[in-house]
Design a binder for this molecule. Structure first.
Ligand SMILES: [Zn+2]
Length: 199
């Protein structure tokens, strides 16, 4: 494979035949850096969205359980009062009511625990609704990206977006609302310029 025209390593300048790992490592670092820059806000948005929906779900699930329990408790108190009156023409013994209230409190604590223990499953459910889609390879922005660095007009300049030549956008969908990632123009990244300029 190797011949005289294979370029030397862009990082350490040793011949290609040496097969050093400089370029592969630098590419990994560049990918991490680009991912951090471009995707961190998307991941944060997804996290906030999942968190909010999971919390809403858990709260409403708890509300269903505890409402049912309060209803049962009210019926129980009614039965205690009715029983005391029917048999003794008296109010029930206070301890009976205290015990019923304590049982309600225990039950509500249990309901809350049950609801909170569903978080892992509920979080996975909402994460599962997130749809990350990549553009088709046939899209113009993918086929013909604006390699401003290659054209020699973007090197060292700002990374402001350009109105012409866009990278295909990645679309993120979270249970309905669809939003597009901002468009970006290629620009050499400090420290990794070789990726685009070593031509
Ligand atoms: Zn090297």
């Amino acid at each position: 494979m190797n011949n005289d025209t294979d370029p030397d390593c862009a990082i350490c300048s040793r011949p290609a035949a040496v097969n050093c790992e400089c370029e592969a490592n630098a590419l990994d670092r560049a990918i991490n850096q680009a991912e951090q820059k471009m995707m961190a806000s998307v991941f944060n948005d997804i996290r906030s969205w999942v968190r909010a929906h999971a919390q809403d779900y858990i709260l409403s699930f708890f509300s269903t359980l505890s409402t049912r329990r309060r209803h049962q408790h009210a019926q129980q108190i009614q039965a205690i009062n009715a029983h005391a009156y029917t048999h003794y023409r008296l109010h029930p013994h206070p301890n009976e009511l205290i015990a019923a209230d304590a049982e309600l409190k225990r039950g509500i604590d249990e309901d809350w625990k049950t609801a909170v223990q569903l978080y892992p499953e509920v979080l996975e459910y909402y994460y599962g609704l997130v749809d990350l889609s990549l553009p088709e390879d046939s899209e113009v922005g993918v086929r013909d990206p604006p390699l401003s660095a290659l054209a020699g007009d973007g090197l060292g300049k700002s990374r402001r977006r350009r109105s012409t030549g866009r990278v295909g956008t990645t679309t993120v969908e979270m249970g309905g609302g669809r939003r597009r990632r901002p468009e970006v123009a290629f620009a050499a990244m400090p420290g990794y310029g070789y990726v685009f300029t070593d031509v």
